[in-house]
Design a protein. Sequence first.
Length: 334
Amino acid sequence: MLIVMRHGAAEEEILRVVATIEEMGYQARPMPGKQRTSVGLVGNDGRVDGSRLAALPGVQEILHVTKPYKQVSREWKAEPTVVRLPAGLSVGGEDVIVMAGPCSVESERQIIEAARAVREAGATVLRAGAFKPRSSPYAFQGLGQIGLRLLAKAREETGLLIVTEAMDAEGLDHVVEVADIVQVGARNMQNYSLLKHAGRCGKPMLLLSAEYILAEGNTQVILCERGIRSFDQATRNLFDLSAIPVVHGLSHLPIVADPSHGTGHRDMVIPMARAAVAAGADGLLVEVHPYPDRALSDGAQSLYPEQFERLMKEVRLIAEAIGRRVAEPAAVRA
């Protein structure tokens, strides 16, 4: 349920609505807007009788949110959410954010070299997994906390922000100490204890399952499109870029595209990255490795640094053509 306040409603009137919602046994989520404030009611399993709230001073109307993904929907919040990051960066505004780097942290030399290469090409966020979810117990599982320390060193040397994946609630606490953006991958979309813990961590989240995060009070959520499994073996996933405008129509949250996991093939990453920006993606998540042929995971879908440099030049032109721009590293922006 959404309680829409009248334009110019007094603070006391808003606080009374919040108090009444809590007296009814639910949680209140005040949402100041450009024109007026709305107060969301969460914690209900079914329809709530809004007559008690409708009678309060300052209330203009009561809206029943019909979507199962309540707080994520445009019904809940009409204005687009802009996720604020350190160093003056943001996701969901005019800028297109490019997050790039290897699938996993393998060594100090590898991650530093990769960070320098993607920064030089214009990326603003370094992506790399310290913890790697793998189907086979014999595959490389990541360096764990050593990998987190190497990511911190890469940020210190290059100034890039860090996005890396958390595997479980316990490991999330370690990831939060290093990451500027915490990623929750496809394998953990139903790891509800992790999602609830992530909703309370206070960090921007990059994921595919958003309602759990917002329900715990964290509104800094970035959605990620990387496709779905299909019968077609020509690509890793069915990378449906029409999902980007669909999501923008249904949700106020920003969305980035991952053409690396979406296609699984290096030669498809650049054209699909171009298409994603043209379709309205708020950012890209691209795998780049200094030596893809030696990568311990996902080398076949990782770009060489020179290919990533080409990608950056091309997506800058596309972003400019549609009235946006690709965010630049801090030193360049200064």
